[in-house]
Design a protein around this ligand. Sequence first.
Ligand code: ATP
Length: 367
Amino acid sequence: MKVVLEHLTKIFPSRNKKSNEQVVAVNDFTFEIPDGKLIGLLGPSGCGKSTTLYMISGLQKPTGGKIFFGEDDVTELTPENRGVGLVFQNYALYPHMTVKQNILFPLQNLKGEDKLTKTVMLERAYEAARLVQIDDLMDRKPHELSGGQQQRVAIARALVKMPRVLLLDEPLSNLDARLRLQTREEIKRIQRETGITTVFVTHDQEEAMSISDMIVVMRLGVLQQIGAPQEVYDNPVNLFVAKFLGTPPINVFEGVVKGEKLYIGEQAVLDVKGAADQEVYVGIRPEGFITNPEGEFTTNLINVEVMGRDVSIVSKHPNAVSETIRSIVDADSAIDRDATTVSFSLKPHKVFLFSKETEQRIPFEVK
Ligand code: ATP
């Protein structure tokens, strides 16, 4: 089931009687979620991710715009009539019911031709429970479960109705690190197996990138970029997106383009054919550095951290926007740890230029 958002907008009225300042939580959002895909809605706190999700679910009414499931305009439909499965960060289970009863509950409410036999309901409930690995906890009450287990019950309960669209709002936030990894892989697998179009909200870029077919990056209610995770990582449209994706984060410098050469400080660090003379922000991904004593770019060495396969070089540069620069290089790279400086060549496709004024990407020819 494809989901189409057309000029979707949500404005919250001012809470403060003295000021009329409204909050534009979602601003003219238009995009299409292809059928059967898992989409990660990603952005910092307050960017409008949850509001977008709640509008898709029907829990919140848009101020403007439309929502389509396939060809159906569902903008005015109630959540029950949209066929959505919802999982929240703190989804409250029915405390007096067992896990099994909680999962069965949505099925017991099905009416008319959707009504299922008891055997089919139980089969579906156990199948959903197995998918999230709680089938051995079916007779417990929610208070006898850990937070992570409760959340898995909530996921099973959302899946059991085989919804047209599955909506997950930070579903992994309450799980410990190991379970988080495991559960996100499960969500991916479940989504692949069921083929249910899924929208997953998170502020954790790594989480979104690891499981999404497409990510949608938002900022202050405004859509920034949509694409396959790797595509967005490799081709960020602006400085915000470049900074938001990647761990460790991209290194940002102040630079100047002069005669199709990029300067950081006095050093001409890269040929940037096609870029006009101007002041720029330069983003260099941590993996964009190659240690090379003859390299064009020299920084002040602070520390070398060996992390098994890779080596992380921490250094400083007066034109760096952040306190330190982090470069990830191969463990085989020759590094003089006692030196005060370290020199690098740069991988051109890992270097991005952004306008100092608009922070939009400035293209140049990568040889
Ligand atoms: P988080 O990751 O912190 O949940 P989010 O990206 O999901 O953030 P939203 O919850 O969608 O962000 O909120 C977007 C903006 O709308 C925020 O500025 C928030 O304060 C505001 N907002 C959300 N709900 C309401 C409301 N009911 N009334 C007024 N303002 C609201």
